[in-house]
Design a binder for this molecule. Structure first.
Ligand code: ADP
Ligand code: MG
Length: 360
């Protein structure tokens, strides 16, 4: 997980020309409020919005009406506390995080871990198994080699020897887990775990749990573009999210999704990449080859009750690509939207369970 973001080509948010119905935007998505003439509410009926930096991007929690018994500042500090704790546990950008300590350890013995790290590692391993290793958190060593990790200014094509060396300690089978007491074991001393493909989804789930526990019935949680929604917005409409057109130099809406009490995450190849000899190398690494994926699938959006599972699945589908990924999503009954580049245009493809969420 990132705590800063580099190699990212998106223009800064405040310079973007925003349509009046877009209330805020994070990577891959635009939060939409469909009251086109008056915008998203008068000053008196503005929803409560908490926002700030997290995981190399931003978070926004929108609550149309805060229940009387819930203190605004108290809730905001609980949200920040949860996000801080997740960063301190799972960030590879924080050298003293729990995950960094495991990554820098060369021990191949059991290492005891927190319950929350166990929960995310177990979910990651589950998605690795069902996706036949397309999603693989041990790809971290390669993410770093290609310059998409915490070390600044290092994006380049590594030499083939360095890639094949690293492949020796990459593979989700190199991670063993134990539930009670929670522990992890690396089968190879150099195995390195990267949770950037799943941790923002987990954070969205944790904040949603907090809001559920505080009996908040209507909310939208957005952690760097990974979403959990419940109920309705201030205008008593179902929450609507714009999925970005996968363009590197502009932000506009490709399609609008209605979110009915669910999680939604998106992975894309058009925000975090570098170009070499006219070819784009993105931050999604195929663990089978050690190279960034190379196909015309520009973004994948997944709906699932768990944003954590959706987040891991969007990365898995990005790795599998347009044909294999689509087949896998159909077979596993995953609600998924694929946006494929076709020359200067984009083509949408979606699975049956996704269809009812598409508004336009
Ligand atoms: P996005 O950042 O576009 O929302 P993802 O959820 O796919 O996308 O997260 C991308 C991050 O996941 C990468 O920056 C990298 O740290 C990590 N990653 C890259 N390839 C894989 C993979 N095959 N399996 C698991 N994580 C990956
Ligand atoms: Mg993901």
């Amino acid at each position: 997980m990132k705590s800063e973001q580099r190699g990212v080509t998106s223009p800064t948010l405040h310079t973007l020309p925003l349509a009046p119905y877009v209330s805020h935007l994070t990577p891959h998505i635009l939060i939409i409020c469909l009251l086109l003439i008056t915008g998203c509410g008068t000053p008196q009926n503005q929803p409560v919005e908490f926002t700030g930096p997290t995981m190399g991007s931003t978070y926004t929690v929108t609550i149309p009406v805060l229940p009387e018994q819930v203190s605004r500042s108290g809730l905001e500090s609980q949200i920040n506390q949860i996000l801080d704790e997740i960063n301190q546990t799972m960030s590879t950008y924080i050298p003293e995080s729990e995950l960094s300590r495991i990554n820098t350890s060369s021990s191949t013995d059991w290492i005891s871990i927190s319950a929350q790290l166990y929960e995310v590692l177990a979910a990651a391993q589950h998605v690795s198994q069902i996706s036949n290793g397309a999603f693989d958190i041990t790809v971290g060593a390669l993410v770093n080699l290609w310059g998409f990790g915490p070390e600044p200014g290092n994006q380049h094509i590594p030499d083939t020897r360095t890639i094949s060396d690293a492949m020796q300690w990459i593979g989700y089978q190199y991670i063993e887990l134990q539930a009670f007491p929670a522990a992890v074991k690396k089968r190879h001393a150099r195995t390195y775990i990267d949770l950037s493909g799943i941790a923002s989804g987990y954070a969205a789930d944790r904040i949603a749990d907090l809001l559920d526990n505080r009996e908040i019935k209507h909310y939208l949680v957005d952690i760097s573009g990974e979403i959990r929604s419940r109920g309705r917005n201030k205008l008593d409409q179902i929450w609507r999210i714009g999925i970005e057109k996968p363009l590197i130099d502009r932000r506009s809406v490709q399609t609008i999704i209605a979110l009915d009490n669910t999680g939604m995450t998106t992975a894309g190849d058009y925000r975090n990449f570098f170009v070499h000899d006219g070819k784009r190398y993105s931050h999604t690494i195929d663990p089978a080859t050690g190279w960034p994926v190379s196909h015309n699938l520009a973004s994948v959006t997944v709906l699932d009750d768990s944003a954590m599972i959706a987040d891991a699945l969007d990365t898995a589908l990005m790795v599998m690509g347009p044909e294999r990924g689509y087949q896998f999503a159909e077979q596993e009954n995953i609600a998924a939207l694929f946006i494929l580049a076709d020359g200067d245009n984009f083509i949408q493809k979606y699975t049956k369970p996704f269809a009812s969420s598409l508004i336009e």
